[in-house]
Design a binder for this molecule. Sequence first.
Ligand SMILES: [Zn+2]
Ligand SMILES: [Zn+2]
Length: 107
Amino acid sequence: MMERRDAQCRRHPERSAVARCRSCGLACCRECVVEHEFRLVCADCLRREAERAGGRGGRVAWAAFGQWVVAAGVVWVIFYAVAAGWRRVPEVFHDGVIWGRETTDDR
Ligand SMILES: [Zn+2]
Ligand SMILES: [Zn+2]
């Protein structure tokens, strides 16, 4: 009897199951199963995942966005520090050289 129940859709007992939900493991017919992120999940699990992603402020999307912002900020700070360091040293260096050359050329 267990095998027979597994072979049928849990929502449509008259239909035979074609796939098993990767999330809850229940048998689903062709209408109940949905491909989601390369996984076959049932309609209930798909709705649950959608609610988890969108209902709670899209926490997954925000986490990815936050990681991107942090990474961009770190890169920007490093770039700015390097640029500021490069700019500061040649300015002093060039000023001294230019001033030295101009003063020596004038004299
Ligand atoms: Zn499921
Ligand atoms: Zn079904």
